[in-house]
Design a protein around this ligand. Structure first.
Ligand SMILES: [Zn+2]
Ligand SMILES: [Zn+2]
Length: 280
């Protein structure tokens, strides 16, 4: 896109996310992607809890992006923030929720996308034996996916991160068993140590670029994206409105033009199992 072409863009990361984000931005928008090698995104909180996160995920991703842009003097930036836990609607299934933001201070553009995926190895467990240790490692995809060990769930002292070799991991585990009788093991969700998450971040990057490339039909401003979702998709059996989303309203942040569209083109009716009348 012309308005971004040739401009320098900072990717606020210290977890190697630029390895996938940069190529897509350069290929589609023509930005020149850079990173700040010493930028510490952990100041806003860490996955492992040594620094507590006090902001909401959306506030965090925005602060991460703006901090990097302000600190290193960029007017274009991208940042990503992941959170992990039970899926918001498919309970008991772990999910990876990725937010990604694009900010252009010169043109006053801010575009944010959210991508929720059940493709994640996110997991944690108390373990007492080497067999349990081995089972966990096998289950989460070690060695391509790394793990974190600590004395107990709530303990932020003695966190063992960045162990790559199996003998080192076994050794650290044995030490915890000696002092505590058990250890707490969890998946390392930092992007560079988790190829499954890196793939989801790549998906999210493509969603963000698609959102940036959606332009207003009136003034051609980037980021013509949904500003509201409207429920009421009719039931296929009784035609009454359900709670499912029927349409979305796309809005331009520059000229204010709005356009109503069907939420999903190929889905004009809702399955009666989600109808309060047919399936109360
Ligand atoms: Zn119905
Ligand atoms: Zn417009």
């Amino acid at each position: 896109m012309e308005i971004f072409k040739g401009r320098k863009l900072i990717i606020a990361t210290k977890h190697k996310k630029e390895t996938i984000i940069a190529k897509h931005f350069e290929a589609t928008l023509g930005t020149i992607c850079e990173i700040a090698p010493s930028y510490d995104t952990d100041e806003l909180g860490t996955f492992t809890g040594e620094i507590e996160r006090t902001l909401s995920p959306i506030e965090t991703v925005r602060a991460k992006c703006l901090n990097a842009m302000n600190k290193y003097g960029y007017d274009l930036g991208v940042a990503n923030e992941g959170s992990f836990g039970p899926h918001p609607t498919l309970y008991f299934i772990p999910a990876d929720e990725e937010l990604m933001i694009f900010i252009d201070k010169t043109n006053n553009i801010e575009i944010l996308v959210k991508n929720i995926s059940t493709k994640t190895n996110f997991s944690s467990k108390n373990i007492k034996t080497r067999l349990e240790l081995q089972n966990f490692l096998d289950q989460v995809g070690y060695p391509s996916h790394r793990i974190i060990l600590r004395k107990e769930k709530k303990s932020n002292k003695n966190i063992i991160k960045d162990l790559t070799e199996l003998p080192e991991i076994k050794n650290a585990f044995d030490n915890f068993i000696k002092i505590n009788g058990e250890a707490y093991i969890e998946t390392d969700m930092r992007a560079m140590n988790n190829p499954t998450r890196m793939k989801i971040i790549e998906e999210t990057t493509l969603l963000l670029i698609e959102a940036i490339q959606s332009t207003c039909p009136k003034c051609y401003f980037p980021g013509f994206t949904p500003i509201q979702f409207i429920s009421g998709l009719p039931c296929a059996l009784c035609s009454l409105p359900t709670k499912s989303i029927q349409s979305k309203i796309l809005g331009c942040k520059k000229c204010g033009y709005e356009l109503k569209k069907e939420f999903k083109k190929n889905k004009p009716f809702e399955d009666p199992q989600f109808c309060d009348y047919c399936n109360p």
